[in-house]
Design a protein around this ligand. Structure first.
Ligand code: ZN
Length: 105
């Protein structure tokens, strides 16, 4: 990136910000989405990827259907989509908190 507006250099960082990062509150978020995939099938295989569902048992149920067709496929990977929230905290950065640099204009 060329120097100028938006460029990050050690001289352009003049302040650190403290962020609190946490799962989105229940009232502000959509439900988690669960999905399983077979680790024996190719990564991009539709047949090796289960249905995405808010209901964990429905998502897991796909594994039994897959096992009925491929009993030798015994490894699975779960993906969970969960929303998170980042809140900027006021005041100085506590010494124990990870920080993110802020580039001032
Ligand atoms: Zn499989």
């Amino acid at each position: 990136m060329a120097a100028g507006v938006g460029a990050l250099s050690p001289r352009s960082v003049s302040r650190y910000l403290a962020w609190r990062i946490r799962p989105e509150s229940a009232e502000n978020t959509e439900p988690k989405i669960h999905q399983f995939a077979c680790t024996s099938c190719p990564t991009d295989s539709l047949e090796g990827t289960g249905v995405a569902s808010e209901d964990f048992e429905s998502a897991r149920g796909w594994i039994y259907l897959h096992l009925a067709k491929f009993p030798e496929h015994t490894g699975y990977r779960e993906s969970v989509t969960r929303h998170w929230r980042a809140d900027l905290l006021p005041g100085p950065v506590p010494a124990t908190m990870p920080v993110a640099p802020r580039v001032l204009p």
